[in-house]
Design a protein around this ligand. Structure first.
Ligand SMILES: C[S@@+](CC[C@H](N)C(=O)[O-])C[C@H]1O[C@@H](n2cnc3c(N)ncnc32)[C@H](O)[C@@H]1O
Length: 425
């Protein structure tokens, strides 16, 4: 690869890093807005990989760099150093990475005066090599997030979660038909809960069965809410926050009549694509959940908008893009959504509430509060009795707490909270 070719994905990765660390943008938003569209597919994939790897190793890169810096440089220079440090840690040829780092700061008028510093620091980082990197501590989550999670789970659990987050996530698939046939085609491991887990899967759309719609990507933890809800053929089920549609497809595949609602038209387009690819049926409604007034559903799935703090294994940008300031509003909205969802259910119907959050305020506390607000509402402990679910994951109020460090030796799982409520008949 020529020097010039190597620079384009690095420049794009830096653009992403700068936006995440200074403007609080998520990678998915930036990529959705077309931030990588000018690149070739190969460079696009490389830029994305670089940005993700850098964010995953950010705290460790800062620790390494702190040894060689007297003071923190301006963010654009700091991000070049972080990116190159992570590349060097991954075993990339030192001269190529150091030259690229110097070139990246030299090209920008505001940073070009620091190219000598970048050159000197990156040479020292290169001397440390992957071994020096491996000796450093596992990166910690930023304090704003680590503190409440440490209060909830204790320091040992948080260290275990951070280790899994740093390791990254394998690819989990939910298979529409026979999982052993899919395993024969794709390899991997069938998890105790029935998802198929692939390590080093590569490009998803090139995998056998993608075009045919035999499966869809869905973390094993994210597949559990619908397994717990256990939709039946002919039931009328409302999926109130449906996009991109993983759970909608599970409900449809079970033979239920599903109405999928989401407020985002862009994300709803993904549901349409997913249904078309898998040949599954659902009625799609692009609307705010609070505007939905059609009632008479046997079950409602409320996969509520949340902090997404359970998905950091796959989305290492989140701790750097967010600061917790939006979470209070999300928690209030979740409670209001539970109350609204209950109005759409038939008497005796079930409400499956879940969030991909690690914060008890978005899980256990929501269920405690909902039970207190709605006399006669009950929580269904027996529903949690599905294959592969460890009884130790159950919580006091009757839900399921899934943590990223569960199944750590297999690659972990997303953090999730799941509970099924029953409306009085
Ligand atoms: C956790 S995601 C849902 C994931 C989805 N259930 C799945 O399994 O693929 C939450 C979704 O809620 C949607 N959302 C946020 N606020 C909403 C609202 N007020 N009404 C409806 N949907 C909303 C977001 O657009 C997002 O797609």
């Amino acid at each position: 690869m020529s020097q010039q070719q190597g620079l384009a994905p690095r420049k794009a990765a830096l653009f992403l890093l700068d936006k995440v660390t200074t403007e609080g943008k998520l990678l998915s938003e930036l990529i959705g807005e077309g931030a990588l569209q000018h690149l070739t597919p190969e460079d696009r994939a490389r830029a994305q990989r670089l940005a993700i790897a850098t964010l995953r190793g950010l705290a460790r890169a800062d620790r390494m760099l702190a040894r060689f810096l007297n003071k923190t440089p301006p963010t654009p220079v700091r991000n070049v150093l972080r990116l190159c440090t992570v590349e060097l840690a991954g075993g990339e040829a030192a001269h190529g990475v150091v030259n690229a780092g110097v070139e990246l700061v030299a090209r920008n008028k505001r940073t070009q005066s620091m190219k000598g510093l970048v050159n000197a620091v990156l040479r020292k980082v290169a001397d440390e090599g992957p071994d020096g990197w491996a000796r450093l501590a596992v990166p910690r989550m930023p304090g704003w997030l680590r503190k409440p999670l440490k209060d909830a789970y204790g320091p040992q659990v948080i260290a275990a979660i951070e280790a899994v987050q740093f390791a990254g996530a394998p690819l989990d698939l939910t298979v529409k038909g026979d999982v052993t046939a899919a395993q024969a085609a794709l390899g991997g491991e069938v998890l105790p809960t029935g998802s198929l887990r692939l390590h080093d899967a590569g490009q998803v759309s090139s995998l056998p069965g993608f075009e045919a719609g035999d499966w869809w990507v869905q973390d094993a933890a994210a597949a559990l809410p619908v397994q717990i809800m256990a939709p039946k053929t002919g039931e009328k089920i409302l999926d109130l926050c449906a996009a991109p549609g993983g759970k909608t497809m599970q409900i449809a595949a079970a033979g239920a009549e599903v109405t999928a609602v989401d407020a985002s038209a862009g994300r709803m387009a993904r549901v349409r694509e997913n249904l078309d690819r898998t040949g599954l049926q659902a009625k799609l409604v692009t609307a705010d959940a609070f505007e939905v007034t059609t009632d008479g559903f046997d079950a409602v799935l409320l996969d509520a908008p949340c902090s997404a703090t359970g998905t950091i294994r796959r989305h290492p940008d989140l701790p750097y893009a967010k600061d917790g300031s939006e979470f209070g509003a999300l928690i209030d909205q979740q409670a209001a959504m539970i109350d609204h969802a209950l109005t759409l259910l038939n008497p005796g119907g079930r409400l499956l509430y879940c969030t991909c959050s690690l914060l008890p305020d978005e899980g256990e506390v929501q269920i405690d509060d909902a039970l207190a607000r709605h006399p006669g509402l009950t929580v269904e402990r027996d529903a949690l009795d599905v294959p592969g679910v460890d009884p130790a994951w159950r919580t006091e109020e009757g839900g399921l707490r899934l943590r990223p460090d569960y199944w750590a030796e297999r690659g972990g799982m997303d953090g999730f909270y799941i509970a099924q409520l029953r409306k009085p008949a």
